[in-house]
Design a protein around this ligand. Structure first.
Ligand code: HEC
Ligand code: HEC
Length: 204
């Protein structure tokens, strides 16, 4: 077993390098055209999903690695949302990389978003989140989604989905399980209120 470890490390490094090469191939100009079918929901500030009602998440400035992973999860049904499954279903690997490169190129806003919950209480509860999402939700590791500036009600929905097991991710299910409804509301208020974060995709 010990002898196989260096080979495993090499294999992981090669796999990481290949992933990086594939992501570098995303073309934001091609992605802009391919995003046309998505813009009706994701390029309209304040647009809502209905039943249940929550804001369609902001994608502008999100990490491309995370956007690609999310689209593949909708394709595979790991994330269950009928509309997003239908929208992601026919995208090729190249489409996904192009769209991810397009949405990522938007510059984040410096303005904090207006929020309803208790951001200060959320900051006090955020110690367990910062290793991955950074203290202000502007995560620097690209597989961890940026949370800063995301819609507060969408963050609540995401955390509740992990907790209830309707959104599958082993790390986040472990993180969300011990949270109370009040913790979820407070943490969502904190990360949503942070500046330098996500914006709605804007036609440019
Ligand atoms: C009818 C409205 C609608 C359309 C059209 C649509 N989306 Fe979405 N999208 C949503 C909603 C609502 C969610 C949140 C779903 C959930 O709770 O998982 C979402 C989630 C996402 C996410 C995950 C965001 C995150 O923070 O995890 C990505 C990425 C995404 N959409 C990309 C796209 C792309 C690319 C297209 C076009 C190919 C598209 N969407 C078309 C409504 C839409
Ligand atoms: C060990 C790393 C790690 C820690 C710690 C962590 N997260 Fe996450 N978080 C992730 C990963 C990875 C994802 C993406 C999972 C997926 O694809 O569904 C994620 C996703 C999320 C999402 C969904 C974002 C979106 O756009 O849909 C929210 C909200 C979130 N985390 C909040 C938190 C909060 C609040 C805490 C602290 C209580 C926390 N996370 C702790 C790694 C982490």
């Amino acid at each position: 077993m010990i002898r196989s470890v260096p080979w495993l490390s090499v294999a992981l490094m090669i796999s990481a390098a290949l992933t990086h090469a594939a992501l570098a191939a995303g073309d934001p100009n091609a992605g802009k055209i391919k995003f046309a079918t998505c813009a009706g929901c994701h390029a309209i500030p304040g647009y809502n999903n209905v039943y249940p009602t929550y804001h369609v998440p902001r994608l502008g400035g999100q990490h491309p690695d995370y956007v690609a992973a999310a689209l593949k999860d909708y394709q595979a049904g790991v994330r269950q949302h009928p509309t997003m499954h239908a929208n992601a279903f026919s995208l090729s690997e190249q489409d996904i990389q192009d769209i991810a490169a397009y949405v990522a190129h938007f510059k984040p806003t410096t303005q904090p978003q207006p929020i309803r919950g208790n951001a200060a209480a959320g900051q006090a509860k955020s110690a367990t989140c910062v290793a991955c999402h950074s203290p202000d939700g502007n995560s620097v590791i690209t597989i961890y989604p940026r949370l800063a500036g995301q819609y507060e009600d969408y963050l609540r929905k995401a955390l509740t989905d992990y907790q209830q097991g309707t959104r599958h991710n082993p790390i986040m299910q472990g993180m969300a399980t011990p949270l109370s409804a009040q913790d979820i509301a407070d943490l969502s208020a904190w990360f949503a209120s942070q500046p330098g974060g996500l914006i709605t995709v804007q036609p440019d």
